[in-house]
Design a protein around this ligand. Structure first.
Ligand code: BT5
Length: 330
């Protein structure tokens, strides 16, 4: 059923003109009544379909509401999003993917919701995920990697988000170590990586992506309004969430595949290109001391590399960084 719907969408998408019910029924090896039933389902998803006698069907417009079909429409990926679940409202997409992982769902399974009522950040923090305003999505990955490499997946995801935002707008995104995407010093996206692992092998990773897309002024909770924003607020334009998700997924797939084949080096360079305050001086507080240092970049284990005023290098895994004047404070 699922794959027939996808094939039907693909067939309709390829056509500039109408395609007859007969042609569709032959191509899909289903009855004409079944074709008609699928068409009705597509209409329920918000597709506007023109049906003309003796000519057939044509898609006049696709909906802007997010659904499984509208997302898979035009999604040119090999493995990511081939299994895709969309829900109007969930507690957290992370929990659903953990459940699907335990049920044995494959690498690349995606869960996306219009709204999360218990969206979560790191360390059980809250993640505000209002209905229809953003991308609230989790991806199941089954990488054949040792657990120490898991932080690289967070860094990889950050480069994907920065790249896609960069390409699709005039905004200049930056990546604040370790996992925030900022625009004009304000957080527009966060990443939550959760892992299930044995001693030397990752069993699976649930990669959560939260992006504030179409919130308007006043729609960001006042508690965080000084440090958070949305792509619409920063760019002045409304974003098409479906297309945005599709380009995130296809860029993610390409980036991930080349990371698996060629290693971390390119991700590191890309991350540093977008890295917030890389090359600049900040104040750092660790368990041992407070000091001023220049941020140099990241290491393969996910650490942030800094050089203090005496020229001594520090690898930071968890430290409080005072991002400075006009900067972001976590
Ligand atoms: C993150 O945590 O930035 C990770 C966010 C991951 C959210 C996704 S949405 C899909 C998937 N399902 C989930 O349940 N989660 C993932 P962290 O670095 O800990 O940042 C959390 C902090 O950011 C909060 O304590 C707030 O201060 C702030 N915050 C909360 N909601 C925000 C929002 N919508 N935009 C910007 N900042 C926010």
């Amino acid at each position: 059923m699922e794959s027939t719907r996808k094939q039907l969408i693909d067939l309709l998408k390829e056509q500039d003109s109408h395609i007859s019910g007969q042609q569709l029924s032959e191509a899909l090896d289903i009855s004409r009544t079944a074709v008609w039933k699928h068409m009705n389902e597509l209409k329920k998803d918000g597709y506007e379909i023109e049906a003309i006698q003796r000519k057939g069907y044509k898609i006049v417009s696709s909906p802007d509401k997010v659904s499984k079909n509208t997302l898979q429409w035009g999604l040119n990926t090999k493995w990511i999003g081939q299994h895709l679940y969309h829900y109007p409202q969930v507690e957290s997409t992370q929990d659903i993917v953990h459940q699907l992982a335990k049920e044995g769902k494959p690498h690349g399974t995606v869960v996306i919701a219009d709204e999360q009522v218990k969206g979560k950040g790191r360390m059980a923090r809250e993640w505000h995920s209002p209905e229809g305003k953003g991308v609230w999505m989790s991806i199941l990955l089954r990488p054949d990697l040792p657990p120490v490499q898991a932080p690289q997946l967070t860094l990889l995801t950050a480069t994907v988000l920065a790249n896609v935002m960069d390409k699709r707008s005039a905004l200049v995104p930056s990546i604040k170590w370790p996992n925030d995407i900022l625009v004009h010093h304000k957080k527009v996206a966060g990443i939550l990586t959760e892992m299930q692992a044995e001693q030397d092998r990752i069993q699976y990773v649930v990669l959560g992506i939260g992006i504030n897309v179409n919130q308007e002024d006043g729609e960001i909770p006042s508690m965080i309004a000084h440090k958070a924003s949305s792509l619409k607020m920063e760019s002045g334009e409304k974003w098409d969430i479906q297309e945005f998700v599709q380009s995130i997924l296809s860029t993610f797939e390409k980036t991930y595949d080349s990371f698996i084949e060629e290693g971390f080096q390119e991700i590191k360079q890309e991350w540093e290109r977008y890295g917030y305050k890389i090359g600049e001086k900040v104040t750092i507080s660790t368990m041992r001391r407070d000091f001023k240092a220049t941020l140099l970049g990241i290491e393969a284990d996910g650490a942030l590399l800094a050089k203090d005023e005496q020229g001594e290098m520090e690898k930071l895994y968890s430290a409080e960084i005072h991002w400075g004047e006009g900067g972001y404070h976590a």
